[in-house]
Design a protein around this ligand. Structure first.
Ligand code: DAH
Length: 334
């Protein structure tokens, strides 16, 4: 027999069941048990025939009201569970992006800065601290900036030592960062202090100390009065910063067409003289090429062999390692 008490009991029982469902599958089971084809409420509705005719209308209305009510509760609970599910998934996917990569992924191997870049950055830091500006120039250079403007005309024997790859258009792969000297004079009027690190290329018979591709760092200072004294001061400061001690140096005369006088600056390192820093006072003709009056301005310049410096700093015995891309070599600098 269906009576109103049983109907209201079903209502509260159904509501409790729906509320207790912890996930979508449990909720669905309750829905089938209550409202499915053979669900308790469906069966009651089917049983309406057995209700006395005078109470049928009232009972039917009560059953329909319960059905509607439960359906609404199902829909609401379904939405609630979906929200909870999404929140749970989100919580599972949450990562702390401020953690170091190695904590998130133990097999993570971050690589390392190449020793050349490391030393280059260090030098840039030292020189910017001394008021120098870091400038960059093209690796495919004109004959003019690489040779002519550096007082090395086409017939000059100094060109023989610096053969390189030429393009069909007459440009070349620069043989020295000195090519930046006249570019800098043209663009930055004096007083100026620049360093120009970069890659250079030469036709070389390759061995442990010679490579067709290598790195230099050019430096130049131009001001009203610049003497060999200034040059020595800056070079000593630089070497002290790099090597961490005050190195013994020696200055030998050296010939480079774009400086006068020109020197080879050697340092005493591990029991022998290391040829490290060719330098000199900027040749008046180079200043003229840069549109600067040599009667008003003077300068010094130096060409630091970056590859060579890296080799002595890290005791690398073969220059070819620097460009070899061999991980066994590179991993030593991580
Ligand atoms: N560019 C020269 C070379 O590669 C090195 C050099 C010598 C640069 C003397 C200079 C300098 O600035 O003053 O052999």
């Amino acid at each position: 027999m269906i009576d109103l008490d049983a109907i209201s009991a079903l209502k509260s029982e159904g509501a409790a069941l729906i509320q207790s469902a912890g996930d979508a599958a449990a909720l669905d089971q309750h829905r089938i048990a209550l409202l499915g084809k053979k669900g308790r409420l469906t069966l009651l509705l089917k049983d309406l025939k057995s209700v006395a005719p005078d109470r049928r209308r009232e009972t039917g209305a009560a059953l329909n009201e319960v059905k509607e009510h439960l359906e609404q509760l199902f829909a609401a609970r379904q939405r609630e569970l979906a929200r909870k599910d999404a929140a749970l998934r989100l919580a599972g996917e949450w990562i702390d992006v401020t953690l170091p990569a190695s904590a998130l992924c133990p097999s993570f191997s971050p690589g390392s800065i190449h020793p050349l870049s490391r030393v280059q950055r260090e030098l840039e830091r030292i020189f910017t601290g001394l008021g120098f500006q870091v400038v960059d120039g093209p690796e495919v250079e004109s004959e003019y900036y690489n040779f002519e403007a550096l007082n090395v005309p086409a017939t000059h024997p100094a060109r023989d030592m610096q053969d390189t790859i030429w393009t069909t258009g007459g440009a070349l792969l620069r043989t020295q960062t000195s090519a930046m000297q006249v570019r800098a004079l043209e663009q930055l009027k004096p007083p100026l202090r620049i360093v120009a690190p970069g890659r250079c290329f030469r036709y070389e018979r390759i061995d442990a100390t010679h490579e067709h591709t290598f790195y230099q760092m050019e430096g130049m200072m131009v001001d009203r009065v610049v003497t060999v004294g200034h040059l020595i001061y800056f070079m000593k400061t630089l070497l002290r910063e790099i090597f961490g001690f005050r190195p013994t140096i020696r200055l030998r005369p050296g010939y480079f067409p774009f400086v006068e006088p020109g020197f080879e600056l050697d340092i005493w390192f591990q029991g022998r003289w290391l040829e490290l820093l060719p330098c000199g006072l900027v040749h008046p003709r180079v200043l003229e090429y840069g549109g600067i009056d040599p009667k008003e301005w003077q300068g010094f310049a130096f060409g630091l062999g970056l590859s060579r410096l890296v080799m002595s700093r890290y005791q690398i015995d073969d220059i070819r390692h620097l460009q070899g891309c061999d991980l066994r070599f590179l991993k030593q600098f991580s």
